[in-house]
Design a protein around this ligand. Structure first.
Ligand code: NAD
Ligand code: MG
Length: 285
């Protein structure tokens, strides 16, 4: 059995978007442990937010399963190069795509550059997100509300629309939602609202795309030890992160990656329109 770290964790705070390299303990993205078995052989995947955290674990797992990956991220070049190192060590190609997903032109160019490099897209993983803790609704500025929606849900609409022009039957779209999608943490009001929207959007889009043979699902993680947490949550919350789950600890990114591998793979040919929880024992609706 794996013995992943349990709280309490050392107090730590970072500016957004956070650096995985500076976290203590280091998140486990499967660097030393994930073993592939050709389940995504020769597929092409575009993964947003894949410099760190869940996205990095998905990129490493996809590469070890035989996929080439394009990695989109905001500006964390050091973390992104580390992800690329692991992808290339798996014998696969990695394309690094920094840029702000709040801008439509960036969304379009991510797809264009991925297709220019790899010729098509088989798997689109919409995983990037922004959140910030606020105790009162009055503390959320109008611009922050709109920014959260632009990055977390409008970018997903834009990326899906642009990528679908290059996705054939058998392709898969996987959107990262959250346990907050139906159990909203009130101090993450804007973020939790977008996570509900992502689950709903995914279920609707799956029904639109069924006739094209393209599957769409969402994943709802519980507390996972990533830079998002240490860069947006109060230090006392970070120290005890994940303690309330039945397993008594946060999940590690590597523990989330296998569901993405399954949903991306041809084995999942009848899985579409659903939301899959990875919550350490906490039920989702
Ligand atoms: P993370 O910080 O490692 O990944 C989020 C990434 O989003 C960042 O690396 C950053 O590059 C990217 N990003 C942020 N703003 C961006 C922008 N404007 N343009 C482009 N990219 C941008 O953290 P993570 O926890 O692995 O997050 C991955 C996903 O998992 C997110 O959708 C998050 O909501 C979701 N999630 C996380 C948890 C958790 O407890 N960590 C729980 C539920 C859901
Ligand atoms: Mg990051």
């Amino acid at each position: 059995m794996n013995t992943y770290p349990k709280p309490p964790f050392p107090p730590q705070a970072q500016p957004v978007p956070g650096s995985q390299a500076q976290m203590r303990p280091q998140p486990d993205c499967g660097e030393q442990s994930y073993v592939g078995s050709g389940r995504l052989a020769n597929k092409v995947a575009l993964i947003t937010g894949a410099d760190s955290g869940i996205g990095r674990a998905v990129a490493i797992a996809f590469a070890r399963e035989g996929a080439d990956v394009a990695i989109a991220y905001l500006n964390e070049d050091e973390d992104a190069r580390e992800t690329a190192r692991w992808v290339e060590q798996a014998g696969r190609q990695c394309l690094l795509l920094p840029g702000d997903l709040a801008q439509k032109a960036v969304c379009d160019s991510l797809v264009e550059r991925t297709v220019a490099q790899f010729g098509r897209i088989d798997v689109l993983v919409n995983n990037a997100a922004y959140q910030m803790t606020h105790d009162e609704i009055e503390d959320i500025s109008d611009s922050e509300w709109c920014k959260t929606f632009d990055i977390n849900i409008t970018a997903i609409f834009r990326l899906c629309k642009a990528a679908l022009a290059h996705m054939a039957a058998g392709s898969s779209i996987i959107n990262t939602s959250s346990i907050n999608s139906d159990m909203p943490r009130p101090t993450l009001l804007a973020y939790a609202t977008t996570k509900g929207a992502i689950a709903n959007f995914s279920a609707g889009l799956a029904q639109l795309l069924g006739k094209r043979g393209i599957r769409v699902n969402s994943v709802a993680p519980g507390p996972i030890w990533t830079p998002l947490i240490v860069s947006t949550m109060p230090e006392d919350h970070v120290s005890h992160f994940g303690e309330q789950t039945p397993l008594g600890r946060p999940g590690q990114p590597v523990e989330v990656a296998p569901i993405y591998v399954l949903l991306a793979s041809d084995e999942a040919s009848y899985l579409s329109g659903c939301r899959y929880g990875v919550t350490g024992g906490k039920p989702i609706l």
